[in-house]
Design a protein around this ligand. Structure first.
Ligand code: ITT
Length: 201
């Protein structure tokens, strides 16, 4: 069986492929449906944006689809970049620029604070998932979070997005230093997926 995920983000695609492989499901993404429209993400919350993506893409493809809207909320930055995480530095999906901008903003905020501790601010990743079926018009929503710290230096080459700057206390490593299995076990996306499965069963 096939699961269509309404995303063009390859980092997300890899994680969904890994999660659904265990259930013997094949994952398709918008890279398999190049004519799918670009959804304007102008909702006020992760859940609103996830719902918008699921509904517009599901209605277009006339297939049940799963959508993911996610991001990073940094305490010292009043929860920025939040729903704007993908385009924090201006250009959509430029991970290196987004990471540089995040460090920049945090250094600015911490000016005058002369402690040299490498953990700059508490932060959390949030993931909202919406599964929408155009045949019934019904949708199911689930959310997950993971708490950690923004570090002053990137580490690791796994994952995507802000993972190299996100220190996970439980593992004493950044999210980008975890393998996909370890990330799934503790991540916002893993938690949201488990909740969604519970709601569906
Ligand atoms: P789609 O809308 O096509 O799914 P997107 O990248 O635009 O892809 P979002 O609008 O949900 O998706 O933005 C998510 C951003 O939040 C993403 O680009 C990363 O910068 C960040 N992010 C989300 N989940 C993350 C994770 O597991 N690890 C690191 N960064 C993550």
């Amino acid at each position: 069986e096939i699961v269509v995920v309404a995303t063009r983000n390859m980092g997300k695609v890899r994680e969904f492929q890994h999660a659904f492989a265990a259930l013997d499901r094949e994952v398709r993404s918008l890279h398999d449906y190049p004519d799918a429209p670009e959804v304007v993400e102008d909702g006020a919350t992760f859940a609103e944006n996830a719902f918008k993506k699921a509904k517009e893409i599901g209605d277009f493809l006339n297939l049940p689809v799963l959508a993911d809207d996610s991001g990073l909320c940094v305490e010292l930055l009043d929860d920025a970049p939040g729903i704007y995480s993908a385009r924090y530095a201006g250009e959509h999906g430029n991970d290196a620029a987004n990471n540089a901008k995040l460090l920049d903003e945090l250094m600015r905020r911490r000016q005058g604070d002369d402690t040299e501790q490498p953990l700059l601010s508490p932060a959390r990743f949030v993931c909202a998932l919406v599964l929408y079926d155009p045949a019934t018009g019904r949708s199911v929503e689930a959310e997950g979070q993971v708490e950690g710290w923004i570090t002053s230096e990137t580490a690791g080459a796994g994952g995507f997005g802000y993972d190299p700057l996100f220190f996970v206390p439980q593992y004493e490593r950044t999210m980008a230093e975890l393998n996909i299995e370890e990330k799934q076990r503790i991540s916002h996306r893993g938690a949201a997926l488990r909740r969604l499965m519970e709601k569906l069963s």
